[in-house]
Ligand binder design. Sequence first.
Ligand SMILES: Cc1cc2nc3c(=O)[nH]c(=O)nc-3n(C[C@H](O)[C@H](O)[C@H](O)COP(=O)(O)O)c2cc1C
Length: 179
Amino acid sequence: MDILKAIRKRRSARGYLDKTIPEQVLGRVLEAARLAPTAANKQPFKLVLVTDKRTKSKLVEVSKNQRFIAEAPIVIVGCAFPEESYQNIGGTHTSEEIDISIVFDHLMLQAAEEGLGTCWIGAFDEQQVKAILNISSNVRVVGLTPLGYPSEKEFKPGKHLNRKPLREIVLYEKYKETT
Ligand SMILES: Cc1cc2nc3c(=O)[nH]c(=O)nc-3n(C[C@H](O)[C@H](O)[C@H](O)COP(=O)(O)O)c2cc1C
């Protein structure tokens, strides 16, 4: 088991090959999503898998025209249920956005392990995505991701691991402002 290897391998893929994902591979990616933890194990989410070309094109249009999304054989739309989620995160928040974010992360790491690419898509119009997919008003669309074999287009090796050093993000014992 080498989780860090998959974490280092994952990156946002913004170009995809026209190549089918074998059923068993897709099954493992979805199994990773299914096993994600959610607050109080409420599992307040569903994943819509879109493969239809016309529907994918419509999703592109309402996602700032990010064309690479439709290149992938599957677009996964993360739907979350505020009413079914845990209601008291930190005394103020419902859990559905956190829950489905963890689901997406599980899915994306297993995808990386399988040699597949993904890319969190947050730049989309929620109401329009809901209209395209017949999603009811009490459901939130939190994120989308294409899923497919990545082409190397627009990929600069190493750049995706450009992160703040630990000393800038980890504090010990008490919070303090750092420069
Ligand atoms: C919540 C969220 C929303 C994002 N939305 C988009 C998006 O709409 N389009 C896009 O190309 N990348 C999007 N990204 C990808 C980030 O730009 C990317 O994860 C970040 O630059 C780090 O690069 P890496 O994923 O290759 O490690 C999003 C990422 C997150 C976590």
